[in-house]
Design a protein around this ligand. Structure first.
Ligand code: PLP
Length: 387
């Protein structure tokens, strides 16, 4: 009467654990400031909401193709071409219930039991779990603070073996906000071509970038695109986390197998949400830019504020909406690691931060600045007093 072995491989999300504690305190009436959120605090733009309402009124109540409506897949292809000069036909694209779902499909499509999957560390919490669930073996590639947490070709090369099947790339990164530059991307691509492994490029934060260039990995060359599954979605750039809409684009053979698999698992992403996705992609970049400017201001505020607290050192990341400060100077008995420190800060200062260990990096914390400026100022004040 035991559950299946594969379920025992999964580690419960530590980010959700702190989040749950913070929410419970809030429900009890405690004024908790939450720096744990992985989602924009803005509302979804009205044009996107209107498109979903129109979809309801137009009777879009039925199943669509499992891979997504032709209209949305065409819109995604055009968007990627216009933004990054990459070529994808509708048959190269599968729309899913969020980028997380697209990533899971991609791992299932590429990873055989025992295959090694290279994961740059610090990493987003779901990568190792999804890899293990697909039967793969996570192999971590350390990205050091000295390198501003950016993946370097040298660090990657050292971890390649005959069992390497996939590299998961995430630039801009969750949790560090690091953005990998063009030269390093070219070095990484060279290694992928030479050693013949797949790259899953999770570009969900592509639009949340502060001045630096976002290098779309498959845009590097046709050969690179032939070995890459590009993953993106609407959650972050369009403040649509609850709508659940993401997509993957890659060589048609692999994408067809993903579409076939999805037709037996979840079928299509919600029909009217796909209508909303078309409207999102049609929005001018200038609209997204307004949100990016707000994030940039908050980033500078939180980085400067953290660096003013003795014991904390914080880099100024070029993308996403997270900072990943070094808090080793704050560790002492009673709060001797990042988990204990986050529990301490939640109890003493009523601020919720995510421990670095959740992302594979002890001695660091992740703070999301997808929260109001007032909240950031107050949170910084409380942290300073508590430590
Ligand atoms: C790096 C990264 N990839 C993928 C996702 C998943 O996004 P979605 O809401 O589209 O599933 C997230 C969400 O937090 C993320 O941080």
């Amino acid at each position: 009467m035991d559950i299946a072995e594969r379920m025992k491989l999964i580690t419960p999300s530590m980010t959700l654990a702190i989040d749950a504690k913070a929410k419970k305190l809030k429900e009890e009436g405690v004024d908790v400031l939450n720096f744990g959120a992985g989602e924009p605090d803005f509302n979804t733009p009205q044009v996107i909401c209107d498109a979903a309402k129109k979809g309801i009124d137009a009777g879009h109540h039925k199943y669509t193709a499992a891979a997504g409506t032709l209209e949305l897949r065409k819109a995604i292809g055009q968007y990627l071409n216009q933004q990054y000069k990459v070529q994808y036909e509708p048959g190269d694209i599968v729309v899913s219930g969020g980028a997380k779902h697209s990533l899971y499909n991609a791992f299932l499509a590429l990873v055989n039991p025992g295959d090694e999957v290279l994961i740059p560390s610090p990493y987003w919490v779901s990568y190792p779990e999804q890899v293990k669930f697909a039967g793969g073996v996570p192999v971590y590639v350390e990205c050091s603070e000295a390198d501003e947490f950016k993946l370097t070709p040298a660090a990657l090369k050292a971890k390649i073996t005959s069992k390497t099947k996939v590299l998961i790339l995430n630039s801009p990164s969750n949790p560090t906000g690091a953005v990998v530059g063009r030269k390093a991307m070219e070095g990484i691509a060279e290694l992928a071509l030479k050693h013949k492994f797949w790259v899953i490029s999770d570009e969900i934060y592509a639009k949340l970038i502060y001045g630096e260039e976002h290098v779309c990995f498959p845009s590097l060359s046709k050969e690179v695109a032939a070995q890459t599954i590009l993953v993106n979605g609407m959650s972050k750039a369009y403040a649509m986390t609850g709508w659940r809409l993401g997509y993957a684009a890659g060589p048609s053979k692999i994408m067809k197998s993903i579409a076939d698999f999805q037709s037996h698992s979840t079928s299509n992403a919600t029909a009217i949400v796909q209508d909303a996705g078309v409207a999102a992609l049609a929005m001018p970049d200038s609209e997204i830019q307004k949100m990016v400017e707000v994030f940039r201001k908050r980033r500078d505020m939180i980085v400067d504020g953290l660096n003013a607290i003795p014991g904390i050192k914080c880099l100024r990341p070029a993308g996403a909406f997270y900072v990943f400060p070094n808090v080793k100077g704050l560790l002492k008995p009673g709060r001797s690691n990042s988990m204990e420190l986050s529990e301490y800060l939640l109890e003493k200062a009523k601020v919720a931060l995510t421990p670095g260990i959740a992302f594979g990096a002890e001695g660091y914390m992740r703070l999301s600045y997808a929260t109001s400026e007032k909240g950031i100022q107050e949170g910084l004040k409380r942290i300073k007093e508590a430590v």
